[in-house]
Design a protein around this ligand. Structure first.
Ligand code: PRP
Ligand code: ZN
Length: 297
């Protein structure tokens, strides 16, 4: 394959990960021109293009070098390593991205008795994840029939083609609707940035490096809040003790009010009304909680 000078990122064409993945890339300063076939989107600012594909194809595209990076569920990435990817290059999970959270679980019909994994011995389990399920069963020395289905796994028990299923669970709505009960969690999943084990040594490696730094900033600020408030000097210690975690706050004098200070603190998560009320009671006023838009450490 001839070397490319532009970076190529693969992501799901249409599905649960599409919107949040695009939003994340936009926040990293990457914008794309939507092409007519919507398979290939040309990157406008930076030399980074997008390939919109079926999520199951993403690990293979990275392994073949067609794409440099991919945004894909950990479930798809792990399954690939156990099945199609065997013997090929190892892929790495570069960053967890904090969205698309779900779990790969085994579920059984409501009425089936279940206390321990041994009860799956000799049963048939329908799944789209034969690699991960097979590995899980092997680790427990269990011999069960793995029925591989491409989709609609949840109806297999009702159709009589399986006794249990192994599928993704997000809200749990699909299980309830099909009178199934979650009994084992095989994998906690979320969207991840996937790539080869080591960075390419050309300009694409530098570009990936830059992208990772921006991504870290974006992920960090996504949950960050800037807290501004005015504590009175004598209440300062009490107020600081109540601040939600984060680096040391910054203190500034307030013109014309020698007893007041201006305090600025970066908080790692949401600041609740309850927390604000406590801080106010301790001796602060003029309180603001602001979202953080960009951060570069
Ligand atoms: C997944 C999974 C379940 C459903 C679980 O399917 O296969 O069917 O989501 O989500 P819930 O717990 O919120 O109900 P998805 O909608 O991604 O489509 P697919 O099965 O065609 O991959
Ligand atoms: Zn489904």
């Amino acid at each position: 394959m001839k070397p490319r000078d532009r970076l190529r990122i693969a992501m799901q064409k249409s599905g649960r990960l599409t919107e949040p993945a695009l939003d994340l890339l936009n926040r990293c300063g990457l914008t794309f021109r939507q092409s007519r076939d919507k398979l290939f989107c040309f990157g406008e600012g930076e030399p980074v293009d997008l390939l919109l594909v079926r999520d199951d194809d993403i690990p293979g595209l990275i392994a073949q070098g067609v794409c440099d990076l991919g945004i894909v569920g950990r479930n798809v990435l792990s399954e690939y390593q156990y099945t199609a990817g065997q013997g090929g290059p190892e892929l790495a999970e570069w960053r967890p991205l904090g969205f698309g959270r779900c779990r790969l679980s085994i579920a059984v019909p409501q009425e089936m008795a279940y206390d321990e994994a041994a009860q799956l011995q000799g049963r048939r389990i329908a799944t789209s994840y034969p690699g991960l399920l097979g590995q899980w069963l092997r680790e427990r020395g269990l011999d069960a029939g793995v029925v591989t289905l491409a989709g609609s796994v949840e109806i297999a028990p009702r159709l009589g083609t399986a006794d249990a299923i192994c599928d993704l669970v997000q809200s749990g709505g699909t299980l309830v609707a099909n009178q199934l009960r979650e009994v084992e969690v095989l994998l906690e999943s979320e969207a991840v940035l996937a790539g080869p084990q080591s960075l390419p040594t050309d300009e694409r490696g530098d570009m990936i490096d830059l992208l990772l730094k921006r991504l870290d900033g974006v992920i960090q600020v996504r949950e960050s809040r800037l807290l501004l408030l005015q504590p009175s000097r004598h209440a300062l210690d009490a107020v600081i003790r109540l601040l939600p975690g984060g680096p040391q706050p910054t203190l500034l004098p307030v013109a014309g009010q020698p007893d007041q200070l201006m305090l600025q603190a970066l908080c790692a998560g949401e600041v609740s009304w309850r927390q604000l009320e406590e801080i106010k009671k301790a001796g602060a006023r003029e309180m603001f909680v602001l979202p953080v838009e960009k951060m570069l450490a």
